[in-house]
Write a protein of this length. Structure first.
Length: 279
């Protein structure tokens, strides 16, 4: 029988996940379909019951349901529990288990740009949902120093305090982050600053940036944010948010099918959707 997968969220019409996963099902000869489902906040519980009643094999979860879905699932993976968000659900013998592949997806994408990332001193800009996943996944992977700069410092302090993995971290204000910038070989921008349509903004000045640094922005719209342009001008390496998006999808696909898919093909698929840009 054909297997059913999907993504729930609101809005969902512009999700690139259906095209990405359906292409992979075809590539690997898997008889399955992946559909987008718009689910409004008030309907989340009914939607999860419906997906279970229909025997859905798995699904992705996006804004605004990543946290609210957790009590509606049968089991939560420990990393997703620590992050406090689920983006991937797998049907395991009729029981729904929630995973988070966003943070691990970022780390997997990072390996291709900085194989030595565990030895690098990292600064994360932001302390929202995506930053939580990235911080905890990097700490779990063994990165020894990860400092955080966020507008609301209390959120960063809470994240550091509740981290179950061993890592050295300082919470910085903007002035200190800019002053100490040269210490970091890895800078990860996770705020929404610089995203379309407000593309002329950057969360901090890169005046003290080391030319040995990799600056990674998890935004992919635009593909080159202001901070990435500034980093390139300063001679640093850059990475945009396509890798995180592709690898979170690849890890979800692997959980559902046991196959780690062709990420280069996924990347080309996503770039086609974003307007034919090649990098
Ligand atoms: P979120 O939970 O709402 O967090 C937003 C973050 O941005 C917080 O740190 C917030 O700071 C900061 N921020 C927002 N506006 C700001 C401003 N004007 N000045 C200073 N700081 C500001 O959002 P999220 O889910 O983490 O997503 C953040 C970004 O990541 C979005 O652009 C999203 O598209 C992108 N993302 C990409 C991927 C991918 O696969 N590539 C995956 C997930 C998310 P405060 O704490 O002070 O409010």
């Amino acid at each position: 029988m054909k297997k059913m997968f999907g993504v729930i969220g609101d809005p969902i019409a512009h999700s690139m996940s259906p095209a990405m996963h359906n292409d992979l099902f075809e590539l690997y000869g898997i008889d399955a379909s992946y559909l987008p489902f718009r689910v409004i906040k008030d309907d989340l519980e009914d939607a999860v019951k419906g997906l279970k009643a229909l025997g859905t094999s798995g699904f992705n979860v996006t804004i605004p349901h990543k946290t609210k879905i957790m009590p509606l699932l049968d089991k939560i993976d420990p990393l997703a529990e620590a992050i406090g968000a689920v983006n991937t659900v797998k049907n395991e013998n009729g029981l729904f288990t929630g995973y988070n592949t966003d943070g691990p997806g970022f780390v997997k994408g990072l390996e291709g740009h900085a194989a030595d990332f565990k030895e690098r001193s990292a600064l994360i800009i932001g302390a929202g949902g995506a930053a939580r996943g990235i911080y905890l996944s990097m700490a779990k992977a063994g990165v020894k120093r990860i400092d955080i700069f966020n507008r609301t410092m209390e959120k960063a302090e809470e994240l550091v305090k509740t981290c179950p993995y061993e890592v050295k971290s300082r919470v910085l204000n903007r002035a200190n982050a800019e002053r100490l910038l040269g210490e970091y070989q890895l800078i990860i921008q996770t705020t929404s600053i610089g995203m379309v349509p407000e593309v002329d903004f950057s969360p901090l000045s890169l005046e003290n940036l080391s030319t040995k640094a990799l600056v990674s922005d998890i935004i992919y719209n635009p593909l080159k944010t202001k901070i990435l342009k500034d980093a390139a001008i300063n001679g640093a390496a850059t990475q945009n948010g396509i890798d995180m998006f592709v690898y979170q999808g690849a890890l979800a696909f692997e959980k559902w099918t046991g196959i780690f898919p062709d990420t280069q093909r996924m990347k080309e698929n996503v770039l086609r959707h974003l307007g034919g840009y090649t990098c």
